[in-house]
Design a protein around this ligand. Structure first.
Ligand SMILES: Nc1ncnc2c1ncn2[C@@H]1O[C@H](COP(=O)(O)OP(=O)(O)O)[C@@H](O)[C@H]1O
Ligand SMILES: [Mg+2]
Length: 385
């Protein structure tokens, strides 16, 4: 039997088969690109749609190295992968995007902050502390003033590993481990800009979006696209994102989380070298989705038009607090009756409080209408057991 003749004849390896991997596979399937997903779970969200699933741990050197011979280009949907494994792949002639070196700089929040500082990129003031005792000691000596934000250098995710310290009593609950200790920013808005660069050094940017946080869950509650900021600031945010991707020399997409402070300054919070939660709405509301843009950048194809076709609101569908077990979706049909509502269910069998189970993108030419619909959906749609 002859091999199927595919569009690119390149196999895309994806480390991680969560929802971001799934949506990347969906975009790849539009172009008949072969996708090979590595994930510890056989029934991971991407498993139903990828061309091939390999059961294995993306944190594990041997499992990542084992992608040699199975994929021609390897990318990630989660940062916590074995970078030594990525280096091995490169030695075998398999390009990884992002590269191991860029990923190492980003995975460690201390190295990431130093990168901004060394490159003159705006970010909040910070120091790096080896342990919680060092932080307590600095506060005791008067060398570190409250309030501040403590972030573990490694393994943080979705708000885990971030601790905002406003008063002395909280010092007992400092996280243990090497961490970045940074100024608490007086935030006006949290923005995100997704930018892409291909190997021909073509760079294109999605318009900034605004992330509204659920501070109980420490997760994005909903997202407004485009962000409600003036065009000049929007341009500045895009310029900053383009500057960062060029400085990193990164090929693929990069999500840049920024703070707009109350004085109107833009500060880089953190970046993610992969598709991002703040870009889900691009699927229905932009000419090119973030997933397709990532593919274009990975394969050195011309980058797509990131312009917004229609304003939108994106709502994360989180597991209902108090429910843990097999997931049941309440109110789906009710939501489907509302115009402009696009439902994405990731296919995770088990729900947990605040687990990301899906998302909804509401497309509406009037952003206030979209927000109203979002409020309605929040009341109707629940993931319970
Ligand atoms: N320096 C800061 N000042 C104020 N709030 C912050 C600061 N750093 C983080 N936060 C808040 O905590 C959230 C999570 O922090 P972040 O560094 O983005 O970690 P994560 O990796 O969990 O996304 C941010 O989106 C923001 O709401
Ligand atoms: Mg973040």
């Amino acid at each position: 039997m002859t091999e199927k003749n595919r569009l690119l004849n390149l196999r895309l390896g994806i480390l991680g088969g969560g929802q971001l991997g799934k949506m990347l596979c969906q975009a790849a399937s539009n172009w008949d690109i072969e996708t090979v997903v590595l994930d510890p779970l056989e029934d991971c969200p991407a498993s139903g749609i990828s061309s091939k699933n390999i059961k294995g741990n993306f944190r594990d050197y041997d499992d990542v190295a084992g992608m040699a011979g199975k994929a021609d280009i390897v990318t990630i949907e989660i940062e916590h992968v074995s970078t030594e494994g990525l280096k091995y792949l490169r030695e075998q002639g398999i390009e990884t995007r992002p590269s191991a070196e860029i990923l190492e700089k980003i995975k460690d929040k201390g190295l990431q902050k130093n990168f901004y500082k060394d490159n003159g990129l705006p970010t909040s003031e910070f120091i790096i502390c080896k342990s919680r005792d060092e932080i307590i000691d600095l506060v005791g000596k008067g060398d570190l003033k409250l309030p501040f934000v403590q972030k573990l250098c490694r393994e943080g995710y979705d708000g885990r590993g971030v601790y905002i310290v406003r008063e002395e009593g909280q010092l007992d609950n400092l996280l243990d481990g090497e961490s970045v200790v940074e100024d608490l920013v007086d935030i006006k808005k949290e923005l995100s800009v997704i930018v892409a660069q291909n190997g021909n050094n073509e760079v294109r940017c999605f318009p900034p979006v605004e992330m509204v946080f659920n501070y109980d869950a420490n997760l994005v509650d909903y997202l407004i696209s485009p962000a409600d900021i003036d065009p000049e600031l929007s341009g500045k945010a895009e310029e900053l994102a383009e500057n960062i991707i060029k400085k990193f020399g990164l090929y693929g997409i990069l999500a840049v989380e920024m703070f707009l402070d109350k004085n109107g300054n833009l500060l880089i919070n953190e970046v993610a070298p992969r598709p991002h939660n703040s870009g889900h709405q691009t699927i229905e509301s932009c000419d090119t989705s973030q997933y397709e843009q990532h593919l274009r950048a990975l394969f050195d194809l011309p980058l797509g038009n990131p312009e917004i076709k229609s304003p939108s609101v994106m709502l994360n569908l989180l597991g209902e607090p108090g429910h843990e077990g097999e997931a049941v979706y309440q109110g789906l049909e009710e939501c489907m009756k509302i115009d402009g509502v696009n439902i994405h269910i990731y296919g995770k069998k088990i729900t947990k409080p605040f687990r990301k189970m899906g998302h909804i993108t509401i497309v509406d030419s009037n952003i206030d209408n979209a927000l109203e619909k979002a409020d309605m959906i929040k009341k109707i749609l629940k993931v319970v057991t």
